[in-house]
Write a protein that binds this ligand. Sequence first.
Ligand code: GRF
Length: 192
Amino acid sequence: MVKLTGLKKIKTAVFISGTGSNLKNLIRFSKIKNSPISIDLIFSNTVKAKGLIFSNQFNIKKYISSFKDSKITEAKILSLLNKENINFICLAGFMKILSKSFIKKFSGKIINIHPSLLPKYKGLDTHIKAIQNKDKVAGCTVHFVSAKLDSGKIILQKEVKISEKDTPTSLAEKVLRQEHKLYPAAIKKIFS
Ligand code: GRF
């Protein structure tokens, strides 16, 4: 793993597909003096990602490309990361699956946040599944990205109690609030 040397922050890209609340939260975190990362690139696979507004708002470069031809898109991303000296990637609501070869090139340097207590509920609709199964707890996980979906080494997890009144929407809100604490904590853990 890359270690933080001196006062230099590790240049980081955040990959999104949607709202970008985790992106916004990571940008805020990156601006704290003791944060190990700076955010230097936002990548989205869709122009529709609301989180792209944070590019203008915080003056961070953005790159948008659909994954229609994923090989070309990934090659372009890699060359951009190289050009910008970016050494770390945070996936935050990124809905595309990166190829094995891309992940290998950034091995140990790509992390993801997932809205469940992995290995429970990989993939989509985690909150619906937790409620349907009458689980008492849900939660979120930050993990390294490996070639297998939502299966890489776990960095940190946080549990959230499910109440009888919870709906998938209310549970998603509760979990998201914890995600915003967990993602920075996991990054601190990696680089400490
Ligand atoms: C989060 O729940 C995250 O765990 C999941 O997608 C959602 C993204 O939310 N991977 P946001 O775009 O960061 O608001």
